[in-house]
Design a protein around this ligand. Sequence first.
Ligand code: DQQ
Length: 593
Amino acid sequence: MGTERNLLTWRLYAVVLKMKLLLTYVLGLFFTGVGYGAEVGDFDHVQRNLQSDATDQPYRTGYHFQPRRNWMNDPNGPMYYNGVYHLFYQYNPYGAVWGNIVWAHSVSYDLINWVNLEDAIYPTGPFDVNGCWSGSVTLLPGDKPAIFYAGIDLKNRQVQNIALPKNTSDPLLREWVKSPHNPLITPPNETDPNFFRDPTTAWQGEDMAWRLLVGSQIKGQGTAILYKSIDFIRWRMIGSLFNSMAETDMWECPDFYPVSTRSRNSLETSDQGELTKHVLKASFNHHDYYVLGNYKTKTDRFSVENDFTLSSSGLRYDYGKYYASKTFYDSAKKRRILWGWINESDSKAFDNKKGWSGLQSIPRSVLLTETGKQLVQWPIKEMEKLRAKEVTTLSKDLKGGSVVEVSGITAAQADVKVSFKITDIAKAETIDHNSVDPQLLCSSKTASVRGKLGPFGLLALASEDLKEQTAIYFHVLKKHGKFVVLMCSDQSRSSLTGGLDKTNYGGFVDMDPRHEKISLRSSIDHSIVESFGGEGKTCITARVYPSLAVGNRARLYVFNNGTVGVKISRLSAWSMRNAQIAPISKRRKPKTN
Ligand code: DQQ
């Protein structure tokens, strides 16, 4: 009876939510004409409107998650619970730069359209009075979500706390209650209390005990410390999960989860079949690095297949702007989804002027490749719901030195897939065996430097005269007698504006260009280009601020600046519609003690 009532309440809630979303959208359009950056009574509006030239806010996105205003950083505690996706994130309610950190909270039915709720966790006690930093959600038996987060306590130490929903029958889980046992974990003696944070989702071992990791740094070296508990309240330190040989900074936002070596279905965090490997991800030195290995709860030993590699020839989720990511297991669709924070490439002064800072990446599904050597990431299927007009080109020669416009779509807000066939691989240029760092290679082999088989790819967010362009491209090269594919993202001409970080990024794509087509998918959204090379084996995100290629003035091109021709096997490009991101009610100001 109770369950039926809950179900009924939930259905009613769902209808009201959907109506609110619709009303917000319609009212916004009615009152503002362009519906851009407007506030309508209690509601602010959808993120942006592509029809306007958006001269006042050209860098807000159409389908990436971002709050209406202010600073956002790490995604926290993403989960699927009772038919609703939840995303929490580090947020400054008072400004566009980092500070006053709380957990903001948004919910969605499809991971694309979002409703913003009140902040979920904000400083209330001595154990988090100076900030509520990153953490994760664990679904406890009986399907009870528990948030584990890093609190900055009265003495400015980093401690680990728990919060539970006030009412688990509220499908939106709007209110959270902190445990009277907080802090549950305090920094061990060997750890600097400034380097002890970001607890992972917990997993259960064969012995039914819970485990989790806390990111740390001991004696100047990054690490993740394993803790164990029977009751989820008293936690015992076990030690470092894995000692990397690479000299790293503190490991922020560690993530630890199993991946299947056989199936395309993902695994729940506590799954421990025979056919699994574990992924350990750590965020340091501005990137998200990962290692693969074997882990069994019987011994709690994690034996790794590779080590963290600081050069961009090692395994990273993304070789561009991408940090402090977090995965969760989506039990509805049996997949693991990855969120990452995309930081700005501009200055604080610019962020203050535009009144906001930080994006979340498109949610990506994560799997192990068939070879088992690395992960593969792909934008979740739901993104395709936003695709509108499509243009397609099949089997077209792209001569050396050519630039062809992809017209007929909204180039500032688009999704593009292209695959290239190499017809004359013998012409690939040979590189020195010492050229191992792809990012360095991409810094010298920019899009405007002519090679042989490359650079070829896309020019996104380009102005008509090509003075501005974000180039995502490939080079096919020969190294140690083998063919290698280099993927680059060249930001050097992304904007005529100065004072921006325009670093070029690069990574190798693990494939054989003699037998496989070289594919690229780029999701372009006004000031961000998320690119997936080799069907998601190598990902590069660019954060850019064009001054000419804005709104309707942005163009998209496919290009080949090599001397050797390549073939476009297929190119499909879609205009993308706006996602709807609206608040359900006014943001409540977080309380402080
Ligand atoms: N951001 C949080 C920390 C985390 C860092 C603070 C990573 O908990 O280590 O906002 O971006």
